[in-house]
Structures are given as C-alpha cells and as structure tokens.
Ligand binder design. Structure first.
Ligand SMILES: Cc1cc2nc3c(=O)[nH]c(=O)nc-3n(C[C@H](O)[C@H](O)[C@H](O)COP(=O)(O)O)c2cc1C
Ligand SMILES: CC(C)CC(=O)C(=O)O
Length: 366
C-alpha cells in the first residue's frame, strides 16, 4: 500500500521523495490563479525554463576512493555559520500558500537546518514574529519612492533582529507576467504585506509596484541604504560581470546572481550560465549567491563548482508550505540536504572547499 502523504486523509498519496513531488502536491491544493502567480514567469517564460534546463547541461565527474562517506556541508558566509550552502529566497506573501505564512516557513526551516530565511518586503507576517526562532532572518528590500517608508521598514527589521538586508535591483517595475494578466490576478482578501503601513492598493502586485517602487534607482542607493542601517547589504539581481564589479565598488557585502526566477526580463540567460562570468569579475572579493532553478541537491553542487558560495531556493519552499505547512518546508529542505550529502559522498567531495570546476563536465564538451 502506498504511504500516506502529508494530507493525512488516507488518500494514498505517496510520501514526497523529490521537490517535484512537492510541486505536484502543492498544485493540487492551490487555486489555479494562485498557482500561476507562484509558478509563472514573465513573457514567454523562456528565462524561467532556462533556469532549470541550465543545470541539466552539466554532468558530474566523481573522484573515487576519497573516504567521503560523511561529507561536511557547513559553510560560513557574512560571519555566520550555515549548516548548508542553502537559504530561503525572498518570496512575497507566504500566506498565499499556508495561513501561518512566513511563521510556518521559519519554523519549518529551523527544523531542517540553521540556514537563513530571507523574508520579502511583502512578507505577510510581522517581522517580529519571525526573528529569534532558530534561523537567521534577512530582509529583502524594495526601495520605494517613499524613502521614509523604506527606512521605517529597515529600522523595524533591524530592531527585530534581522541580520542582513537584501536589496533587489532588478525590479524598477514588475515584469509582464502573462498568466497573471490573463487571470486578472488579485491577492485574496486578507493576504497583505504585514510590515508595510500606509494605505492599501496592494491587491494587484503589478499596479502597486508601478505606483510605489522607485523606478529610477542608481548605484547611489547602496550608499543611502548604508546611511540608514549598519547591517550587511546583499545586492540581488545581478546578471553581468560588469554589474557585479559596480555592486562591489558601491559597497555590497555579497551579491545574488538572480533573474528573479524568470519573472522580470524574459530573455535574459539562466543564472547558472552567467555565474562563471560573474565569478571571474568578482574575483573572490565578496561571496556570490545564486538563485533560479535549483531543484535537486546536485544542482547545489553544480552552482558551487561554478563559483557560488551558496544558493537560494524560492518556489520549492512555497510548494512545501502549500503541501504540508511547516513540515512541508522541512521536508523540502531535508530532501535538498540529503540529496546534496548523497551527491557529495558519491562524488568523493568531503567538504565544500573541495568543490572546484573540475567536478563538472558540460554536455558537448570533450
Ligand atoms: C511568487 C514569488 C514571489 C517573489 N517575490 C519576491 C520578492 O518579494 N522580492 C524579491 O526580491 N524576489 C522575489 N521573488 C524572486 C525570488 O526571490 C527568487 O529570485 C526566485 O524565486 C528564485 O528562483 P526559484 O523560484 O526558481 O528558486 C519571488 C519569486 C516568486 C516565485
Ligand atoms: C509582490 C511582488 C512585488 C513580489 C515579487 O517580487 C514577485 O512577484 O516577483
């Protein structure tokens, strides 16, 4: 008989073994328009598809007889020990997936591993309810036209114990997400940004972003953010070596190589494909993180071999949340960790420092 799934209703759903299993389970539980909002990308979704496909172009080159039966996945980034080179990417409105929202995500993450959870400017639970619960919490910052509101959010987060700021730089406005346009997507009643005060009008995220996001930011925004907060600043949304250099020169403490999960400019490359260029330009001056399309433990190994220090995972965490609340989040992160440990062990990698480009072979390369 099949194992009982997270629904626990005896429906005979098999226990999830992969992140794809969690995605299927989430899809069955979410309203179609909510699923489309979470899952979709901009335009023809070419970049969205490219993010996952890029990982499939790499093969692993194992080394044998390395005594790697107990690989060490721990790392240190921005002065903090992480149990694994993984973090939860900022995704708006976790209450779309589960009533406890980000509180469930934090709880579920803490049960899996001590790794950071990045909460969105549009988190749907108060930041004070999320910090001090076993995992570092970072705040993703959209710099709004109203700098006083942005500053208020940052100061509130800092008071609550948030450990770093993640400034998103790829969104002067939201990309054109055709699924949402076709669906006439609106946030369900009660799904609101819990840490933003002043006004409503959030229901259509795209219209709200056009009205409220500062669309004319330049690199001086880093100096401004530095002037309002002593927290480390991580710049999220860089896709070229030249921009990585500008970010570092502007004072970034870390950079996230990201195309916003294919939700902004359709037609930009997969993040994995631009990582080598960015790693070369950054030349080890700041840690590089990568997000977009990480769906298996071995994807983490691939990203690290190409120069990332860690990866962020977005949609799969929401799949876990929708499928099983905090336990689902724990399940998703444990699968990734178990797969990573398994891949390291079988590839003869004892610790993250052993991961080099030699570990990879690209399809078609001799
Ligand atoms: C539903 C959804 C909401 C998102 N909200 C935000 C956000 O508020 N701020 C932000 O910087 N990125 C946001 N992102 C982008 C993620 O942080 C991340 O870059 C992307 O999801 C990574 O790709 P993955 O989903 O393939 O792991 C969002 C992504 C999704 C899917
Ligand atoms: C509510 C949106 C501004 C969140 C976002 O960044 C996204 O949907 O990609």
């Amino acid at each position: 008989m099949a194992a009982i799934g997270p629904r626990g209703d005896g429906a005979g759903e098999a226990a999830p073994l992969t992140l794809a299993d969690y995605a299927r389970s989430a899809r069955a539980r979410l309203a179609p328009a909510v699923w489309d909002f979470l899952e979709g990308g901009a335009g023809e979704e070419r970049t969205l598809a490219a993010n996952t496909e890029a990982f499939d172009r790499y093969w692993l080159r194992p080394s044998v007889l390395r005594g790697a039966s107990r690989p060490d996945t721990a790392t240190e980034i921005l002065g903090r020990r992480w149990d694994a080179p993984l973090a939860v990417a900022p995704v708006a409105y976790h209450t779309l997936a589960h009533p406890a929202g980000e509180a469930a995500t934090v709880r579920g993450t803490a049960a899996a591993a001590a790794v950071p959870v990045v909460i969105s400017t549009f988190a749907s639970r108060a930041v004070e309810d999320l910090t001090g619960r076993g995992v570092p919490v970072w705040l993703q910052v959209y710099c709004l036209r109203d700098r006083a509101v942005t500053r208020g959010l940052v100061e509130r987060a800092e008071r609550a114990g948030v450990e770093a700021l993640v400034l998103t730089v790829d969104a002067p406005h939201l990309g054109r997400r055709l699924r949402d346009v076709r669906n006439g997507f609106r946030l369900p009643a009660g799904v609101v940004p819990a840490n933003l005060t002043g006004g409503d009008g959030f229901a259509d995220p795209s219209v709200h972003a056009r009205e409220e996001f500062d669309p004319d930011l330049d690199w001086t925004v880093l100096a401004w953010l530095r002037s309002v907060s002593p927290l480390p600043i991580v710049v999220k949304g860089v896709l070229t070596g030249a921009d990585a250099v500008l970010a570092i020169e502007a004072g970034a403490d870390a950079v996230v190589v990201s195309n916003h999960g294919g939700r902004q400019l359709d037609g930009v490359p997969a993040t994995l494909d631009v990582l080598p260029e960015i790693a070369e330009a950054a030349a080890g001056r700041v840690p590089l993180l990568l997000d977009g399309g990480v769906r298996r433990g071995r994807d983490v190994l691939t990203a690290l071999a190409l120069g990332a220090r860690a990866v962020l995972v977005g949609r799969p965490v929401l799949h876990g949340l929708a499928a099983g609340g905090p336990d689902g989040v724990t399940g998703v992160l444990r699968i990734l960790l178990d797969e990573l440990t398994d891949a390291m062990s079988l590839a003869g990698v004892r610790a993250l420092a052993d991961i080099t480009p030699d570990l990879l072979r690209r399809s078609g390369d001799r």
